[in-house]
Design a protein around this ligand. Structure first.
Ligand code: NI
Length: 488
């Protein structure tokens, strides 16, 4: 994943393009991904085949985000059981990007870091992931992409360039140059330099993926082999042409994309999901008893099942504002959450700041998330919590459900300290409160038993947001900050 700032430095060396790295205003990035994932090989909007993550037993998605709106970031990586090296490599990559972002771009008001990924293959002996980083500003198509591959036979993580046989690289580059020559904005000199040696090729040939027919799609980020306004440049090499130039691994990937095996061969152990007792069926009337709504955002995460067990022990209901992408990766956890009687709300597809999207993008993002949650759990959300609590007139107009905020922010994402999270929740709890937590943090989940024990002893009932707000339908146009003062 090459950030436009870094690319600029490299391109400037060629002396051809010296695009500035300034942010040219809060132009929302164009969302090229409209196709929802389906339970089979699917076409990506740009022709690249993706597969449903439900093919991977025991898959978890690890998501982390900084919820400070002045510096919004959200990262995610898959945890594939039995592919620890792959998980570790993806984690290093996304955490490295976050470190760059926090170090360089945080004081620039228009920047947002959002890393989204899809599986390109997850069958037989290969796994492939394609990351998209959205960014703002400039006239290009506002995204940077990269692919990473894993060979389950050797346990090795491979860069995109490993799909090509080293001895055929010259021929491959020549074919690629011919295909790119027809593209507007192509810069042959920059291309020659990017293909000059192994190190450079490994760096710039970093997004190779196949279509469902086996054609190879090679994508270059903005400014790498073309002038900046052209955005990403993409070449498609036909399956038959490219096949002789692929490495053994590349051919295995091509085979799995075109004709995937029914299973992924991994040595890892898959932990079965624990069966949870159902939450109490007794409904609480918040006009007569003290109610509090615990809300958990950004999941499901690796500790969500533990949290469900804590809640079940206290017959507590809660509300989970789920990220659509996570629901696709961990449908079983979302289903268990719904079956245990908890409410599931929509927390956007990949935790982007919705105020930076166009009206159509807001609508598509939330609709796609509703659909992912419905597919996983059978229940369609009726409430939305916008990432970062960020709303504007466009978000209000295009959100299909009421926007639900919170009255108590435990700042659990910031402090990652169970004792501190517990204190924050207990000191601010009062009847009708909506308390904000993030179940992606193990420290938060560790705080919950004490929160439940103490508030139970004080006579509180733990209810869903909808129950806290009276159980009826919340008007769509209302933004709810808390059950205490719904007029806010
Ligand atoms: Ni969030």
């Amino acid at each position: 994943m090459k950030h436009p700032c870094k690319i600029t430095t490299v391109v400037a060396i060629t002396g051809l393009v010296t695009a500035a790295c300034a942010v040219s205003g809060p132009t929302p990035a164009r969302d090229g991904r409209r196709t929802p994932p389906v339970h089979a090989a699917a076409h990506h909007a740009d022709g690249i085949a993706t597969v449903s993550p439900t093919w991977i037993d025991g898959l978890r998605v690890i998501r982390d985000s900084g919820n400070d709106r002045s510096c919004p970031w959200s990262i995610a990586y898959p945890q594939v059981p039995g592919a620890d090296a792959f998980t570790a490599a993806l984690r290093r990559m996304v955490e490295g990007r976050r470190a760059d972002f926090l170090g360089q771009a945080c004081d620039q008001p228009a920047w947002e870091l959002n890393l989204d990924f899809a599986f390109l293959a997850a069958s037989g002996d290969v796994i492939g992931v394609r990351y998209t980083e959205w960014w703002l500003g400039g006239a290009g198509d506002g995204r940077s992409t990269t692919t990473r591959w894993y060979d389950t036979e050797t346990g090795k993580v491979l860069p995109a360039s490993a799909l090509v046989e080293p001895g055929s690289m010259g021929k491959f580059a020549a074919g690629l140059g011919t295909a790119l020559a027809r593209k507007q904005g192509f810069d042959p000199q920059a291309f020659r330099e990017a293909m000059a040696d192994d190190a450079s090729r490994a760096r710039y040939l970093d997004d190779l993926a196949f279509t469902a027919r086996g054609d190879l799609v090679v994508t270059f980020d903005e400014s790498v082999v073309g002038v900046a306004p052209a955005g990403q440049l993409r070449a498609v090499l036909p399956a038959a042409t490219v096949r002789p130039l692929l490495s053994d691994f590349g051919r295995r990937v091509q085979r799995q994309v075109v004709e995937p095996e029914r299973r992924l061969r991994l040595n890892g152990t898959v932990s079965p999901s624990p069966t949870l007792p159902p939450a109490s069926e007794e409904s609480s009337d918040c006009r007569r008893v003290k109610c509090v709504a615990l809300t958990f955002d950004d999941g499901p995460g690796p500790s969500t099942e533990v949290l469900l067990a804590h809640l079940a022990r206290y017959h507590a209901r809660a509300t989970f504002f789920v990220v659509g992408q996570n629901a696709v990766m961990s449908p079983d956890v979302v289903r268990q959450t719904a079956e245990a009687g908890h409410e599931i709300g929509n927390h956007s597809w990949s935790h982007r700041d919705l105020t930076r999207l166009t009206a159509d993008q807001v609508h598509d993002d939330l609709r796609r998330t509703d659909e992912a949650i419905r597919k996983a759990s059978g229940v369609t959300p009726t409430i939305v919590r916008p990432p970062y609590g960020a709303v504007n007139a466009v978000v209000r107009a295009r959100t299909p459900h009421p926007l639900v905020m919170w009255s108590v922010d435990t700042l659990d994402w910031k402090y990652r300290d169970a004792a501190r999270v517990t204190r924050a929740a207990l000191s601010a709890a009062k009847p009708g409160a909506i308390i904000l937590f993030h179940d992606i943090h193990p420290t938060t989940v560790a705080a919950i038993p004490r929160v439940l024990r103490t508030l139970s002893a004080r006579g509180y009932h733990f209810v869903t947001v909808t129950q806290a707000l009276g159980g009826g339908e919340i008007p769509r146009t209302r933004t709810v900050f808390s059950g205490v003062s719904p007029a806010l």
